[in-house]
Design a protein around this ligand. Sequence first.
Ligand SMILES: NC(=O)c1ccc[n+]([C@@H]2O[C@H](COP(=O)([O-])OP(=O)(O)OC[C@H]3O[C@@H](n4cnc5c(N)ncnc54)[C@H](O)[C@@H]3O)[C@@H](O)[C@H]2O)c1
Length: 330
Amino acid sequence: MILVTGGAGYIGSHTVINLINAGEKIVIFDSLENGHIEIVQALQKIGDVKFEKGDLRNIDDIDKVFSKYDIEAVVHFAAFALVGESVENPAKYYRNNTFGTLNLLDTMVKYNCKKIVFSSTCATYGNPQYVPVDEKHPQAPISPYGTSKLMVEMIMKDYDKAYGLKSIKLRYFNVAGCDKNCRVGEWHEPETHLIPNIVKSTFGEGKVFKIFGDDYNTPDGTCIRDYVNVEDLAEAHRLALEYLRKENKSNEFNLGTEQGDSVKTIFKACEKVLDKKIEVEITARRDGDAEALYANANKVKTTLGWKPLRTIEDSITTAYKWEEKLQTLL
Ligand SMILES: NC(=O)c1ccc[n+]([C@@H]2O[C@H](COP(=O)([O-])OP(=O)(O)OC[C@H]3O[C@@H](n4cnc5c(N)ncnc54)[C@H](O)[C@@H]3O)[C@@H](O)[C@H]2O)c1
């Protein structure tokens, strides 16, 4: 059985669908603090998915899951992921993302479960010294969120040496889009990601999409990021599990498309795909936004055989369809 922490959230739920399709049996562990029971119920309609509500910060909660099920491997998404909030309240991030993960790893060691796939982030690199960013780029996070994830990566290296716990750290760039059948989707409150925010601005009166700064040193003055589709990303987790089973080795991979798109490019793509004129306002830069950040994903392509199959248009289309559905759930 595969334990998926944070499986009631955005990326976790898409990965659960991918793993169900691959014939895996799943148990989701989620506090539902930011996840949704409706997402769990949607997943239970698709396949054999057990759900255990609990919090990683409470080691007894996670211990109970390991004593109840025979867990072969863990795919670990559960975390808080708001960069700005982590600057205001670092304790919340270190307690949950770092200490919570330590509880999980210690429980894995206790129950002799030795394989984990971990949601890391390009935020562990900090301000890029060069782009595209490869895995050898120095890791110097500029937010407590990034540091909380880098600390986990470091702990995992030590747990491999000491206890033989093998880990794959997947450093995601910007994740976008939803399940093409809209069974699950991106449901963040608040939503801080670009595409859902552009899409949301088209629902309801008076919602204006904001661009934070158009005076960056980029061709159109707006920040450049790498948008990877969530269904493609989900597939990388399946491949990472396969790698752990076959190779029994720890490793780390960037997950991005290697294509940098500016905020204005994405905005125009949304107008085109949705065939709508979208209202936009240019405001001041946000603190801590790097000018350009996109991946060199050569390592994941050659080692895991992963490649992105979906386009940015796919991500925009599915994000919009999901938003239509979400409007009826709220
Ligand atoms: N979304 C992105 O673009 C992105 C980019 C890079 C990395 N990541 C990482 O990917 C992972 C998933 O991100 P997401 O966007 O799906 O987030 P999400 O908030 O949608 O999902 C996270 C889930 O974890 C659960 N959770 C949080 N803390 C918990 C705890 N202590 N115990 C049990 N459950 C807990 C939440 O309830 C939620 O369902 C996170 O680790 C995030 O840091 C996301």
